[in-house]
Design a protein around this ligand. Structure first.
Ligand code: SF4
Length: 384
């Protein structure tokens, strides 16, 4: 099933898979030691973007552009300049378009930041993860706290919309060290913080390290306590939680991520890139050689597509909606459900309200603080 070109797509994602190293916990489509392929990959990306644009008779306007990875801050300057020129040739966007680039500390030169700004990039997402150098080293992440301070200081001169990512639950980070990190971060010149729980993905070195008991992780209760503490502390310092993992000062919520949570269409370009046209979810080829080869031959690069059933659509609405502080519209959930299932849903909601896991606010279902920690269980309980 190909992407539906008739939908109103206003957001694009561009994947840059190259990384200077491979972190032990990484589940992403990311490759280290392949820099010799960067130019060929860039050319393939350009071909993919042009092929997409050829389906339209006029330039499509964009509301958000997101360059993720991998480590997009390793995109060579001349190639990135070329990429933005191509994007301007085939899309319409301006200063009101949110254009994000993901950055890894230790991979950025000051001239790059100037270049990005001049190209119209207006949002940086910096992968800090932790300020504890020995922990990062153990996870094969080659960056230091000093790298973080350096990039923050440099970014301040060019970008006012800066986000940082942290990972909660890293091994050998004490509760006090986590709190110190958050207390420090609220003083930084940033408008947005993403906090992800460390996930142990199968077949990663972290997975094997944990399995062999070489790496021990903090217990769940400690992580949950720190999560609640973090929500409160960030709120006190002007960072409102607007999604289960995301906190922002007023005006700095991620517009691109909201597209995902609102189930709006977005087009993905590049290795392993995902996309959604409102009905079908698709994913590109994840093998670099096959991706480059298929693009060169003008062959299909989609390796996965799934047209969602009404039940899957419902489940997505529950999952994505409950992650957000504003919740999910009750009416939206009941849309297209048969009468019998609506009654069943009402009964389930009543039970969850009585147990204080969810609440109804302005016609939306929202997780209570008690429900926040068991979000997955609530989703299961609300499934059809
Ligand atoms: S820098 Fe990011 S994408 Fe690259 S290996 Fe590490 S976690 Fe994965």
């Amino acid at each position: 099933m190909p992407y539906n070109y008739d939908v109103n797509t206003r957001s694009i994602y561009i994947h840059w898979p190259f990384c200077p190293y491979k972190c032990n916990f990484c589940p992403f489509v990311a490759i280290a030691s392949h820099d010799q392929f960067m130019e060929r990959y860039h050319n393939a990306l350009v071909a993919e973007i042009k092929a997409y644009a050829s389906h339209y008779s006029s330039k499509m306007p964009l509301d958000t552009i997101y360059m993720g990875g991998g480590t997009p801050s390793t995109y060579p300057d001349a190639l990135l300049l070329d990429m933005v020129c191509i994007l301007r040739d085939v899309f319409v966007f301006d200063a009101s378009t949110e254009i994000t680039i993901e950055v890894n500390p230790g991979t950025v030169r000051p001239e790059q930041l100037k270049l990005w700004k001049s190209l119209g990039i207006n949002r940086l997402s910096i992968g800090v993860q932790s300020l504890k150098d020995p922990v990062l080293k153990k996870l094969n992440r080659h960056q230091s706290a000093q790298d973080v301070y350096t990039v923050l200081a440099q970014a301040k001169d060019h970008f006012e919309n800066v986000s940082v990512d942290f990972i909660l639950g890293l091994p050998e980070v004490s509760a006090q060290e986590w709190k110190d990190l958050i207390c420090t971060a609220v003083l930084w010149p940033i408008g947005h913080i993403s906090i992800y729980f460390l996930m142990v993905h199968e077949d990663t070195p972290l997975y094997f390290g944990v399995k062999k008991k070489q790496i021990s992780l903090p217990c769940d209760d400690e992580i949950v306590d720190l999560y609640y503490w973090t929500i409160e502390y960030l709120a006190l310092h002007g960072f409102e939680q607007y999604e289960i993992s995301n906190f922002a000062r007023a005006g700095y919520q991620s517009r691109h991520n909201s597209v995902y949570w609102d189930r709006k269409p977005y087009k993905g370009f590049g290795l392993g890139a995902c996309e959604f046209d409102g009905i079908t979810r698709l994913q590109n080829q994840k093998n670099l050689s096959k991706y480059l080869e298929s693009i060169a031959k003008g062959e299909e690069i989609t390796i996965f597509s799934e047209t969602l059933s009404p039940e899957q659509v419902y489940l997505e609405k529950v999952m994505l909606g409950l992650r957000r502080s504003k919740g999910v519209s009750y009416d939206l959930l009941m849309e297209n459900l048969p009468e019998q299932q609506i009654s069943l849903l009402r009964e389930k909601v009543t039970l969850l309200q009585e147990s204080d896991f969810i609440a109804e606010r302005d016609g939306n279902l929202v997780l209570t603080p008690k429900g926040l920690a068991v979000e997955n269980d609530i989703v299961v309980k609300l499934s059809l």
